[in-house]
Design a protein. Structure first.
Length: 306
């Protein structure tokens, strides 16, 4: 039985890998100036790993684009720079701080302010200035209900907006990249993957990850149903519960102001996979930005979010 399960797992991952590589190659073939959105999170890391496989021995035919809020974990930035160097890829960094300085966005004020929503304008400006006609994203349909409405090739209008009711059919793996001037596409090669698939693939491919994904000790504050890492941009407020040296890890990585940790002693790949298998909450269930409203993710996506 164990051998049958292992064989099924290998075949399942091989099928997902083949599908993702096909989509990556279709993107390179259909578009003139694609880019791969790279956050330093596990999904974008897997996508970059698949891209290296798809175009080996050549270098990646597109740059990696990182939208830096200025409130990223230092571990993520260190990992990003090392991983990009290992790939010998081109890295383009778009800074939210530049959008603030230029008056393109207004920074939130107060103790619970976040720059996460401001990324949308910075991303759309980067797409326009670099003339990207397709942006590869690591979104998966199992993450959140708004993600489940995406196609592999997700059309965006000339304002960068997404209309879930105006997406094109994708029968028999035929993808329609037709667009008018000023429009672009978001492409999601990992759409059919689950969180478990991602972790099993990372294990099988021996892909290195940022240390944030593994159990470690960190000072945290409990806020709005999330457990946030205390930092220069996340400071405890009166009445909030603070824990010192809590044993935690992160299931998803993003802006420090909204990326929640989970209690965990999973310090190795096998224990993380077991933990994911028994979890009763999705990985985005730890994200404070998704708790702002019932339709927070879909509203952001309609405005041009990842």
């Amino acid at each position: 039985m164990d051998e049958e399960r292992t064989s099924y797992q290998v075949n399942h991952l091989a099928q997902l890998e083949s599908e993702a590589i096909f989509i990556l190659r279709e993107t390179a073939a259909q578009f003139e100036r694609p880019a791969l959105l790279f956050s330093g999170g596990k999904d974008s890391i897997v996508m970059a790993h698949l891209a290296r496989k798809a175009f080996f021995p050549a270098r990646l035919p597109f740059p990696l684009l990182h939208v830096d809020t200025g409130h990223n974990f230092q571990e993520t930035l260190d990992y990003r720079d090392q991983y990009v160097a290992d790939l010998r890829a081109e890295l383009v960094v778009a800074h939210v701080q530049d959008s603030i300085d230029q008056g393109r966005v207004q920074e939130e004020r107060g103790p619970f302010a976040s720059r996460n929503a401001l990324q949308t304008v910075t991303l759309l400006d980067a797409i326009a200035s670099n003339r990207y006609d397709a942006c590869l994203g690591g979104g998966r349909r199992d993450e959140e209900k708004a993600r489940a409405k995406e196609r592999f090739f997700s059309h965006r209008d000339d304002f960068g907006q997404w209309d879930p009711k105006n997406q094109r059919p994708e029968l028999w793996n035929i993808f329609n990249g037709r667009k008018r001037h000023g429009e672009h596409f978001r492409v999601f090669p990992l759409s059919n993957w689950t969180e478990m698939d991602v972790w099993q693939y990372i294990k099988s491919e021996k892909i290195p990850l940022p240390s944030l994904y593994f159990s470690h000790r960190r000072d945290v504050v409990h806020r709005s149903g999330a457990m946030l890492a205390i930092s220069d941009v996340v400071t405890p407020q009166p009445g909030e519960r603070v824990e010192t040296n809590a044993v935690v890890r992160f299931r998803t990585i993003g802006d420090m102001t909204c990326t929640g940790a989970v209690y965990s002693e999973a310090a190795h790949m096998d224990t993380i996979i077991y933990e994911v298998a028994t979890a009763r909450q999705t990985e985005r269930g730890t994200r404070a930005d998704d708790k702002r409203s019932e339709t927070a993710m879909e509203d952001r996506k309609k405005e041009g979010y990842f």
